[in-house]
Design a protein around this ligand. Structure first.
Ligand SMILES: [Fe+2]
Length: 130
């Protein structure tokens, strides 16, 4: 989806990112696949509208699942985490008419800042209770 990304390799899922809850982990892996497809699929196969639809479907299903997990586990930072999810939805909506590179920059940042940084805190919390 554009030359700035050509030097990068697709993101590979690593076991350290697993929270240990298969449903959540498979949803996270799906987001990695979505990103890799958007960046590395050849342009004829990539559909921008499809990406937005997939992201909104992901947000609806996955955030609900993850928030339920945090709630039932008594995760202390539930509210701030929920507000990050709400901001994802608002940001995706605001990017609908933005250039492709801005969409992908946000997507890339979400993988790093949210899935790799914020969501792994949930795992550390769950592990600390074992
Ligand atoms: Fe999250």
């Amino acid at each position: 989806m554009g030359w700035p990304y050509l030097y990068m390799k697709p993101f590979e899922w690593i076991p350290g990112l697993n929270l240990g809850i298969e449903m959540i982990d498979s949803e996270h892996r799906h987001l990695f696949e979505l990103y890799n497809r958007a960046v590395f699929a050849n342009d004829e196969r990539f559909e921008r509208d499809e990406l937005f639809q997939d992201l909104m479907d992901y947000a609806h299903k996955h955030f609900t699942d993850e928030e339920q997990l945090m709630e039932s586990a008594g995760y202390p930072d539930l509210e701030p985490h929920k507000s990050l999810h709400r901001s994802f939805v608002r940001r995706v909506e605001s990017l609908r008419s933005s250039p492709d590179w801005q969409v992908l920059d946000f997507f890339h940042e979400w993988l790093f800042r949210h899935i790799m940084a914020e969501d792994t805190k949930i795992k550390r919390f769950l592990d600390s209770r074992k």
